[in-house]
Design a protein around this ligand. Sequence first.
Ligand code: FMN
Length: 301
Amino acid sequence: MQFLGKEIPSPLTLASGILGISFSSLQRIIRDGAGMVTTKSLSLEPRIGHEGPIIAEFDGGLINSVGLTNPGIQDGLLEVEKFHKEFEGVSIVSVFGGNAAEFVRLAKAVNSSSADLLELNLSCPNVEDEFKRPFALMPEKITEIVSAVGAVSQIPVLAKLSPNAYDVAEMATLAEAAGADGITMINTLGHGMVIDAIARRPVLRNNFGGISGPCIKPLALKLIHDVYQKVDIPILGTGGVSNGLDAVEMMMAGASAVAIGSAVYERGLDVFRSTRLEMEAFMETHDYADYSDLIGLLEEN
Ligand SMILES: Cc1cc2nc3c(=O)[nH]c(=O)nc-3n(C[C@H](O)[C@H](O)[C@H](O)COP(=O)(O)O)c2cc1C
């Protein structure tokens, strides 16, 4: 099947922020049938991120306040080059800047590498103290950043949106109008909080964090469904997918490809292989010849 002009063996994708670029793990997920891998969001300078604990499990998913820890764009792109020397898969480089000018510098750097696709993380909830409200909640910022990046990028650009916007479909429409080639959604939900009752304190050192995993899947499906009605560009769906049926549902809601994040923590790297096999079993049973036959099939009651 194809995604943004790239041939991929399956719609399954590693979501941003889940694995560092470690060759053995990437090799394994590509071998197991993942079509694309997304890097951790890279910024111009390296970032240490927040003090731990930065991630906690609860009944229904994960909560994290990683704070965009990353080695910086220069070192991050060296890893992308190594990835392309070793593997066949498609790379999505995720970037995060503090303003449009920084996004443009990041986009230029990514364009001068062998990266296949560029994802703009407009929606991280964990750096509000530094960067204030995420750009994905501000219509004028979406337009400004996406059009500035679109003007310099030769490779396709995905805008990653937040489920926290009041009207996500409206934000997607603005991103499309500004020249985005695709939409990635959803980033983590919240902030939420998990509490240690004995300590009478939040479990995360940073108190609050973004929520991901199975509990956000119904929200992701609804928002992808809404956005699919409004835009013509492809959607990279993410949010709570942990098995083949979840991935099928997400494509029926309108996703053209599906990224898996939290389930890698829960089910290990094997989640890509099992999800692919479960999707194929579903398709065989229900007579779908190709993954792309599933896209947007949902009919409302
Ligand atoms: C530990 C952790 C770190 C993440 N870091 C990033 C990041 O750097 N950039 C980004 O765009 N999304 C990041 N995300 C969000 C995921 O890419 C994904 O959008 C979200 O977790 C929903 O998918 P899931 O329910 O499959 O995890 C992170 C999520 C987790 C759990």
